[in-house]
Design a protein around this ligand. Sequence first.
Ligand SMILES: Nc1ncnc2c1ncn2[C@@H]1O[C@H](COP(=O)(O)OP(=O)(O)OP(=O)(O)O)[C@@H](O)[C@H]1O
Ligand SMILES: [Mg+2]
Length: 144
Amino acid sequence: MATYISHSPDETRALGEKWGRAAKEGWVLGLSGDLGSGKTQLVKGIASGLGCPARVHSPTYALLNEYSGGRLPLIHIDLYRLNGRSDVIGAGLEEYLTRPSGVTVVEWIERWTAGQVPEAHIQQIVFEHISEFERKITYDHSLA
Ligand SMILES: Nc1ncnc2c1ncn2[C@@H]1O[C@H](COP(=O)(O)OP(=O)(O)OP(=O)(O)O)[C@@H](O)[C@H]1O
Ligand SMILES: [Mg+2]
C-alpha cells in the first residue's frame, strides 16, 4: 500500500484528477473512511480527470449516479445507507461491482466487502482524518 497525505480538499481532488487521467475501462475503486473524510472530493477529481463536464454530487440518496461525456463513463456509487452484501444485491448494484464497465467508484465499499477480502479487481482506497484539513489516503500500489 502507498500513502498520500492531503492538506486540503484541492489536494485530494488533484490526486483524483491524476487517477481519472490514468483510469482504464473496467476499473473499480473501492473507497472507505469516515463521514467527511474526503471520498466525494476524490470522486470530483476523478470526474475532472476523465473530462466529465458534469458537477459531481454525492449519490447518497440515489445510490448511483452515472456521468457521461468524459473519456470513459463514470459510475459513482454510495453504499452508505445499505447494510451489507445482501442489501447491495437487493438494490441491483452487484453487477456494477462484479462485471464493471467504464470507471466505477464506490463510496463505503466496506458495506459490500463486509470484513472479507475484496475481489481482486477492486482497488482499495482508505481515508483517515488526521486534522481539520489533513487526510491520510492509503491506496493500492497499482494506482501509484
Ligand atoms: N484534505 C482534505 N481532503 C478532502 N476533504 C477535505 C480535506 N480537508 C477538509 N476537507 C473537507 O472535508 C469534507 C469532505 O467531504 P466529502 O463529502 O468529500 O466526504 P465523504 O468522505 O464523501 O463523506 P461521506 O461519507 O459523508 O460521503 C469537505 O467538507 C471538505 O471541504
Ligand atoms: Mg461522500
